[in-house]
Structures are given as C-alpha cells and as structure tokens.
Design a protein around this ligand. Structure first.
Ligand SMILES: *[C@@H]1O[C@H](CO)[C@@H](O)[C@H](O)[C@H]1NC(C)=O
Ligand SMILES: *[C@@H]1O[C@H](CO)[C@@H](O)[C@H](O)[C@H]1NC(C)=O
Length: 210
C-alpha cells in the first residue's frame, strides 16, 4: 500500500517536472499560432495568391497548463497508439517523428506546429471555409490551429525509443459544420468577454463589466 502511494507520488512529480517544454518554447508555440491567426484576421494570409478575407471573430490563443498536462499524459507512458480526448470537448493535434540527435522538446514542438500550418500552404483553404471533411482534405491540424473559437492550448512532448511524439490539446475543439471564422471587418464581432486587440486584429479575453 505504502509502495503504491509512493509510486503515485513519484509519478505526479515525474509528470510535473518533466513537462519539458521551456517557457520560451511554450511562448514560441503560442506565438506561431497567433501569428497565423493574426495574419488571417487582418486579411493578409496568402495561399499561393489566394488572399484570405479578414476575420470578425478570431480569438487570441493562450497557453493553458491543464491542457498541456493532459496532452502530456496521453504520451508519457509511450502507448503504442496515442489516445485522443473526447472530440466534443477537446481538440488534439498529434505528430510523431523519428528522433534526431540531441534535438530538444522545444524544437520538436515548434517543428510540429510549422508542419501542421504548412497544410494550408500545400492544400489550400478548407472547402466552404467550413469544419467538414477536414481529414479527407488533409487539413485537420492546420484548421485546428486557425479555428476562430479556439482560445486555449497546451502541448506535451515525449521521446519513446527512436520516436518523438508531440501532442497539443485545444479548447474549443473543432465543431462540425461551423465556419472556421466569420469573414468581414476585422474584430467587428468578437465573442462575449473579448475585446479587440488592434495591433493583431485578434479578440482577447477580458472580463468586462455587465
Ligand atoms: C501571394 O503569394 C504569391 C506566391 O504564392 C505571390 O506571387 C503574391 O505576390 C503574394 N501576394 C501578396 C499580396 O503578397
Ligand atoms: C460547399 O457548399 C456548397 C454550396 O452550399 C455545397 O453544395 C457543398 O456540398 C459544400 N461542400 C462541402 C464539402 O461542405
């Protein structure tokens, strides 16, 4: 009994102290998402000459430690198949690559994010600007990065033998048949409790008076 308690305790320590991504790494990951979202929001995102229209309601994304912990928990024991969270509650982007030399967790995570975003550059914008059939279009991960209503994310990285897994969790998740974002005047329709951040064109969370 005592052994189990001790093991459980060590396990918690392990999870917390091996969350691995540095603060600089977390910032870089969030910034990469917000750069994409800001460029879209301002009507400047260019896919081979297809300039996407501005967004009325694009939220700024922030880092969330609970999502990062849950993402890490999905991989820290090196499962043969990485489980996904309930898709109605939490979105997940997953990338597994071969381990490369002494590359650290920050680098794997940044590379994963760049890889996901590149789906737009390679495959174009989703049909009808809609969350539908994204996997078939090869656009599921990029679209999760760009989904207007997603405001929080967190990632974990784990080396398993010769492989390294990066998993990022998102809230809100992609919701079927929702628009990826509303097109129109930038920031003109920020969600409740959000105000426009003019320099980025993103809607930032702010608890305002009723
Ligand atoms: C968009 O990208 C294409 C190349 O893919 C380039 O030719 C074009 O000049 C770009 N447009 C703008 C407005 O940057
Ligand atoms: C896109 O919109 C058109 C017109 O509303 C519709 O017929 C078509 O099924 C839609 N395609 C997808 C993939 O949702």
């Amino acid at each position: 009994m005592k052994t189990f308690v001790l093991l459980g305790f060590l396990c918690i320590i392990f999870i917390d102290t091996h969350a691995q991504l540095t603060d600089a790494g977390k910032t870089a990951i969030v910034n990469a998402h917000n750069k994409l979202r800001s460029t879209l929001a301002q009507g400047k995102y260019n896919i081979s000459g297809d300039i996407r229209r501005a967004a009325t309601n694009m939220k700024m994304i922030g880092w969330n430690d609970d999502l990062a912990r849950d993402a890490y928990r999905s991989i820290y024991q090196c499962p043969a198949n990485i489980g996904r969270p309930n898709p109605a509650e939490t979105g997940a982007n997953i990338r597994v690559v071969d381990a490369v030399g002494t590359q650290g967790p920050d680098e794997y995570a940044k590379e994963a994010v760049a890889f996901w975003e590149k789906q737009f550059q390679d495959k174009g914008w989703p049909v009808n600007n809609t969350v539908a059939n994204l996997a078939a279009q090869g656009l599921a991960e990029a679209t999760q990065m760009a989904f207007s209503l997603t405001g929080a994310m967190g990632c974990g990285v784990q080396k398993c033998g010769s492989k390294v897994a990066t998993v990022c969790y998102y809230k809100f998740p992609l919701k079927n048949d929702y628009l990826i974002y509303e097109m129109g005047t930038v920031c003109s329709s920020c969600p409740d409790f959000h105000v426009c951040n003019q320099p980025t064109g993103l809607c930032t969370y702010q608890q305002v008076g009723k």
